[in-house]
Structures are given as C-alpha cells and as structure tokens.
Design a protein around this ligand. Sequence first.
Ligand code: CA
Length: 225
Amino acid sequence: MTRVLIVEDERSLLRALAMNLTARGYEVTEADTATKALAAAATAEHDVVLLDLGLPDLSGLEVIRAVRGYATMPIIVLSARTGSSDKVAALDLGADDYVTKPFSIDELLARLRAATRRASAAEPPRVVQVGRVSVDLDAKIARRDDGQRVHLTPTEWHLLEALVRHPGKLVTGRTLLTELRGTPDHTDPSYLRIYMGQLRRKLEPEPSRPQHLITEPGMGYRFQP
Ligand code: CA
C-alpha cells in the first residue's frame, strides 16, 4: 500500500484529496500546517508527499528543505497558478514534480504513479527508447529502428542522459545547466534551447511537435517515455 502525506491548508481540498486517494487504496496522512507536516514526516514513513507551497505557518519550500535533510521520497508540489519562480525553487530544493491548481484527480494520480514508480525502480535502465531511437547510455550509441546510427555530440549526450535518467520527471533549466556547465550562472538562456533543438532534430519523429523531449515553459524540460 502506498502511503501518502498530504499537506494542504485549504480544508475542503485536503478532505477531497484524502477521500479520493483513500478510495483508491492509498494510505493517507493529512496535515494542514507545515509544523504538522514536519512532525508527520519525521515520525512515520511515507512513500510520497503532496505539498501545498502556501501554508499558514512556514512556506512549503521550508518543508522541502527540512524533509530533504533526511529523506528521499518523492515530493509533488500542489501549486497555485502564479509565476513559475516558486515552482522552480521547489524543484531546485528537491521536489520531484508539481501539479497546478485546479488539477483533475486523474492528472494527480498519474503524477503520483509516475513518482512512486521512479522511486521504486532500483536502477534506471541504461538503454532507453526515445521514440524510434534506442539510446544506449553506457555504450553511447544511439540507433534508429532501421539500424542507422544517430550521432550525438558529447554535450548532447550529457543533456540527454540528465533527462532520460529520470523518466517523466521535470528537470529545471538550472539543474541541467549545473549538470552541463558546473554552474547555473553566467549562461546564455538560449544555450539549453539550442541543444534541446538539436536533440529533437536527431531523436524526435516530428521535431517541431516533440513527444518525448518536452519543454515546460519557464521551468525546464521533461523526458516523456
Ligand atoms: Ca495554501
């Protein structure tokens, strides 16, 4: 049974989420403040956390910072439809994904399943399918299904690996730039866009309508298997 800690100060939403998830077989713990959330996270094991960022006592960002000090379970942010800076900050602090309110229960369940699946996969696969291209991350060989090799530059390999290592996960631009350049600073914002464009041209069946290397505007990128 998957144990979910729901942290949300809006009582009606908290109740609705708890009822929906319980009905689907999840074991639910509810918290309507950051203080209760931190107490619950410290005293019992949870497989995943659903976390509102706007809490009455502490910011949800503080909850992420504290929980990440000792635990690695997935954290999915329940975010209001304001700018992207809070969401990016949450992801950079170690949140795994976010859904924007109002969200459908189906959307939330899909993200929940993806997050728990990622967390329980012992080792990410080393051969990944990107559309019709099979990508061997160890041998550094990409091959189309007709057997033809696809040549990627070292930077393209690096960027691709950073994305496909976490299937379905949103990776922020800041994280990718740190991965590629050792620092997120002093970098032309078009840098990632250019390399993602190249990867799409080489790997996506229809580069102008990407299905696997997805841009999350203002946030980062996601590999959709
Ligand atoms: Ca709130």
